[in-house]
Design a protein around this ligand. Sequence first.
Ligand SMILES: [Zn+2]
Length: 394
Amino acid sequence: MRSPRLTIASSAGNFAGWVSRFSGRGRGETIRGRALLALYPRALTELAKDRDIILVSGTNGKTTTTANLARILADGTDELVTTSTFGANMSAGIAAALMEKPAHRLVVLECDELYLPEMYNALAPKVIVLLNLSRDQLHRTGEVRKVAALWRKTFTRDDVTLVIDRDDPFLEYAAGDAGHVLRVTFGGRRHPDAATCPACADLLSWATGDYECPCGLGSQLAQVRGDHRLSGPARNTVLAIEAARLMGGVVPVETAQELTEQAPDRVSTYHVGGVAVETRLAKNPESWRVALESITSTDVILAVNARGIDGLDTSWLWDVDYSPLLGKRVVCTGERRLDAAYRLHVQGINVEVAHTFAQAVSSSDKPVQAIASYTAFQDLAAQELGLRRAGGRQ
Ligand SMILES: [Zn+2]
């Protein structure tokens, strides 16, 4: 039974969300959640009561993995599953998602790294999936080790099971005091930000593609072993399958294999000036590295912005190795095109600069692929929608 206070606050939240949508200010989810929490701060706990909640967090792949896990769980349990929409992963967005279908027992929520302690305490989740930790939005989250230490301080009880990729030393450290941990290993990957041990600051030995430290970090055996050739999104799918199984979902071995093979990637094709441009989303050094490795065209566009969600601090540009672009023709665009172009120039890469993405595309007479930072990718997606709508009216 909902308390009267929750009912009133929910109605007020719904009204605020409706006003926001009606006045064209946005989709209204965040406003709705914000109004609810302002009127009734304990709403999260009440909305989560008697439900089975799974949280998904980490630097890369949260939104995709959350959607993926919700689908796998729904198929594996034949139950309806509520999940996050549009990547709204802080308290207000999570409150809005929980308000959506209060009768659904199973809930899969994406959670921002810094909000994870608060959501863990408020929602009492059964399972938390930790995908990876690497440098991201330096102005906001700071160093990776700070996030890992915050998580370690949080997970000291045995009322939750963490599902982690144990090949990430920061996750292994974060789970160090947790009661229940399901460790998944893929092996053969060196973490770009973990030269030293998150626990004791000693140099980690990475000789075998796996890490070792005299303090014992990483010595716990993994219960699940995945194929070392899997891509980042496919590894996240393996973690999602394990989480679904922990929640009672039935995922036969063949289904798991199929799901892993068709793991989603953040690649979209946008049409700019009549040219189809295969575009990869890259949000932080690790996702840039993965995106750069998958570029096959000789002409490449890099679109770099530095608005809030991209991270205002672009010093990470210097942490990425751009050697896959050597010998290619590269055009930088976006608000930080000059920062990006100078960085590439220093690495000896032929680089040009274009004011707009459309100009960058039109300067090439060959098939071109692009990598775009978060807001640059969103801008392209918005333009694509506009294009389609305009096409529909003709
Ligand atoms: Zn150590």
